[in-house]
Each structure stands twice: as C-alpha cells, then as structure tokens.
Design a binder for this molecule. Structure first.
Ligand SMILES: Nc1ncnc2c1ncn2[C@@H]1O[C@H](COP(=O)(O)OP(=O)(O)O)[C@@H](O)[C@H]1O
Ligand SMILES: [Mg+2]
Length: 307
C-alpha cells in the first residue's frame, strides 16, 4: 500500500489527497478477519485526474459512480481504490434479477434452523468495507430502492422484519455502469442523484503504450505503437457512429497479443478478439479494413515479441 502511494506520487497524483487516504487508513483499521478481502494491487489504473477526483469523492464521505465505455478500467480502479483506502471489498454483479435479498441477505435453512445469511451490502455496511455495485444499471431500478437510505445522508438499511443496519463510517459504495457511445440502460434519478459520477475517459495513447509494455515487456515498440493507433482509430470511428463500440475493446487488444504469443498470426488473433465482437457483417468489414491498414495480417510471435 505504501508502494501504491509511491506509484501514485510518481503519476503526479496530488500529495494532499494521498495523505488524506493515508489518514483514513489509520483512522479506520480494517477488521483483521476480513484482511484477505483487501485487494492486492496487481496492476495500476493509469489516469491522474480520475484518481484525484475519485479519492476526493471518497474522502468527502460520498459514494462514487464510475460510468463509461467498457474496458476503461472501472473495475481496476475500484480495486485500486480499496487497496489505497485499506478497505475489504464486497462485490455485487448486477443483473436483471437482482433483488433486495441478493443485496442485503436472505433467510436460509441449514436443515435444523432458519438463520439470516448476510449479503454483500449488509457486510460492507457493517464492516466498513467498500461495496462494489458492478454494472448497477443492469438491475431493475425498482429493486434497488432498498439502497436509497444506505446511499444518502441517512446511512441506514431498513428492511421491514429485520434489524436496522447502520452504515459504518468507513463504508463506501462504488458503482460502475457501462454505457457506450450509443447509450444503454439508464439509471433513474433517485439513484444517480446519490452518487458523485465520474465519466471514465478512454486511456490516453501514452498510457496505453505503458499498459502494453507492462503486460508484454518484450513487445516490439513499433508494433505496440501500431496497436495504440489502431485502438484510437476504432474509438474515433465509434464516436462518429461509423461502427458500434463493440470492437473498441481494450481487453480484446490485450487478448490478441496473448493469442499471438500462443502462436496465432496477428490476423487470426485480431479476428477472434476484435472483429468478431460485432456480429454485423458490414461492420466487420469496416473493422477489418481499419486493422489491415495498421497491422499486417501475417505477423507472428517472432516479429511481435523481440525478447
Ligand atoms: N486507464 C487504464 N489504466 C490501466 N489499465 C486500463 C485502463 N483502461 C483500461 N485498462 C485495462 O483494460 C482492461 C479492462 O479493465 P476493467 O477494469 O475490467 O474495465 P471495465 O470495468 O471498465 O470494463 C484491464 O486489463 C485494464 O488493465
Ligand atoms: Mg467492468
């Protein structure tokens, strides 16, 4: 964690904000029973401004919503933030069937007696954890009403028939929401008004180059540069609605390089991880053209990796 602070200082993140996070860690020691829920920093989120905004929001006691295109590092940032603040994490992946029981908890029968099994929202409220509400817009707004009082100044969870739960002072809710240039399922005002919302930018060219080099230390610099340019070009085409944003996929870019390392040609790899992300034949042709103008289809691992 001290290490993370150092890394962030090197990224130019404001020192006072980092000192604030360090104070927070000292003031709210995490329950040792849940120490294994404090994430390790396996990779760093790159983006100084987003870091500063996110840390400021959490220090101010507010909850955070990270909204933006997929693969912009939302989940990575969530984990990094929990590591910085030294908080155990409880994660909920939202889907159309998510209901209060899945969030707060539910009665279970162990063969002898009925007992209450606490859900992730309950646990983080009680233990001062960070609760990641992942892809919150995928749930029905109505089924999230149970969160309203937890997310606003009341900081309580009041489910009829159960104890009143107070949200610990160190607990925060961090929601993520994928929306592309074309837009997707929305979040109603009752919920969105309870968060400070960061619109997640696509990674900068410079940082994407660092990301590729971090993941593939032996990648040819010239080819890494071409991947960066290709990603930018796909993103611009999606912004102009020439293609959908399905192919603007950072994970797909990294996967392609992995597959090349496994032995596929560059053309095959990018077909599997980028072109095929859209199912529209015409759009596939546009994406293939875009790739072809940057990256020859017959590169193999000996050309892409120089190590
Ligand atoms: N700004 C960034 N800094 C570091 N990694 C990033 C960034 N943007 C995207 N990535 C990479 O993209 C991939 C997807 O990140 P993830 O957090 O799962 O995205 P999201 O939750 O927004 O879909 C990860 O491998 C991550 O390392
Ligand atoms: Mg995600």
């Amino acid at each position: 964690m001290a290490e993370l602070t150092e890394l962030l200082e090197k990224e130019g993140v404001d020192k006072e904000l980092l000192a604030g996070a360090a104070e927070f860690r000292k003031a709210y020691l995490a329950d040792p029973d849940f120490a294994d829920r404090i994430p390790e920093v396996s990779a760093l989120y790159y983006g100084k401004t987003v870091w500063e905004e996110a840390v400021a929001v959490l220090l101010s006691g507010r909850n955070l919503l990270l909204a933006g295109p997929k693969a912009t590092g939302k989940n990575l940032l969530c984990e990094n933030l929990a590591a910085l603040f030294g908080r155990p994490v409880w994660n909920v992946s939202f889907h159309i069937g998510t209901d209060a029981a899945g969030l707060i908890g539910t009665d279970t029968f162990d063969g002898e007696k009925v007992s209450f099994r606490k859900g992730p929202v309950y646990m983080s409220a009680e233990k001062g954890g960070f609760c990641i509400l992942d892809e919150i817009n995928m749930a029905r707004n109505e089924s999230l009403a149970v969160l309203h009082a937890a997310l606003d100044h009341r900081r309580i969870i009041d489910v009829p028939g159960y104890d009143l739960i107070r949200v610990d002072r160190a607990a925060r809710f961090i929601a993520t929401m994928n929306y592309g240039y074309a837009g997707t399922r929305d979040l109603n005002e009752a919920l969105s008004s309870r968060f400070a919302i960061i619109t997640m930018p696509q990674i900068t060219e410079e940082n994407m180059l660092r990301l590729l080099q971090r993941n593939f230390p032996d990648i040819s610099e010239r080819i890494a540069g071409q991947f960066v340019k290709l990603f930018g070009e796909l993103a611009r085409k999606a912004e102009k609605s020439e293609i959908s944003d399905r192919a603007v996929d950072m994970r797909g870019m990294l996967d392609a390089l992995d597959l090349i390392r496994q032995g596929l040609s560059s053309g095959q790899a990018l077909e599997l991880t980028i072109v095929s992300k859209t199912f529209d034949r015409y759009e596939q042709t546009l994406i293939r053209d875009c790739i072809g103008s940057r990256i020859p289809a017959d590169l193999d691992r000996s050309l892409v990796f120089t190590g």
